[in-house]
Write a protein that binds this ligand. Structure first.
Ligand code: FAD
Length: 218
């Protein structure tokens, strides 16, 4: 798959070796993340909003109430920066200075637009639902006319992107390796708990496979 071209905008400068620009890596992070943070400027002030997203090709869709500041500003065609962050572990070093995290993060740059085409909007609803739980769209009641009208969808075309990936253990100073301080990695991951059925669940409705075996990784 093609790389996102490296430019002044998307080139990771600090610890540049952790910068990754191939589409497969960037998109895998975007797709695994349950939420993104949408950054934009409104009235001269930056806002960074956590929100649900989905990627289709090089387009990211966001949705919500039409009066929502984030959606109306992004729909007006302003530059947007979307960030997705996955935490893989805490890196404990012998020195406080060298503590770190193992992570995979993606930053996407693009321009927003309102999604007004009914077919594109419908596909975005389906993609958003499937992004959270693959299989849910065909199981749950789909949006009715009122719900569809009262939900705004915006698209951000990805014009530039980067990923940054840190793996491995602590990088301590040579003289610190002799210190009797525990060092190592505490792996962290998103682990589903036991499903808690709604108290008004009809008898006989079993927990779907995509809930029982929920995972974010492919
Ligand atoms: C969980 C986590 C914790 C972090 N903690 C710290 C911290 O405590 N202190 C700290 O200084 N840094 C931290 N970072 C790294 C931080 O995100 C930046 O990478 C760092 O500030 C380096 O910026 P820069 O000056 O090299 O690049 P900038 O000039 O700020 O960025 C240039 C371009 O590089 C790309 N880029 C930069 N960082 C990332 C990224 N993380 N993911 C994807 N693309 C990126 C973007 O396209 C950006 O436009 C953390 C990252 C993560 C994911």
């Amino acid at each position: 798959m093609p790389d996102y071209p490296k430019t002044d905008l998307n080139t990771v400068r600090r610890l540049a070796k952790r910068g990754v620009y191939d589409e497969a890596t960037v998109h895998a992070i975007v797709d695994e993340a349950l939420i993104c943070h949408a950054g934009f400027v409104h009235d001269g002030r930056p806002f960074v909003m956590p929100t649900i997203h989905v990627r289709t090709g090089r387009t990211v869709y966001l949705h919500g109430a039409p009066a929502n500041r984030m959606l109306s500003v992004i729909a007006s065609g302003v530059p947007v920066c979307l960030t997705m962050t996955l935490i893989d572990g805490i890196v404990f070093a012998r020195s406080v200075f060298h503590h770190s995290m193992n992570y995979r993060s993606a930053m996407l740059f693009g321009t927003g637009r309102a999604v007004t085409d009914p077919e594109e909007k419908w596909k975005a609803f389906e993609a958003l639902t499937e992004h959270i739980a693959k299989g849910r769209w065909n199981d749950a009641r789909v949006p009715n006319e009122v719900e569809t009208k009262t939900t705004a969808v915006v698209a951000v075309e990805i014009e530039s992107a980067s990923a940054k990936v840190r793996t491995g253990g602590a990088n301590d100073e040579e003289e610190d390796y002799a210190l009797p301080v525990w060092a190592g990695v505490l792996p962290l991951s998103l682990t589903p708990g036991t499903p808690e059925p709604d108290p008004r669940m009809e008898n006989g409705t079993s927990v779907p496979e995509y809930v029982r075996r929920y995972t974010r990784t492919k």
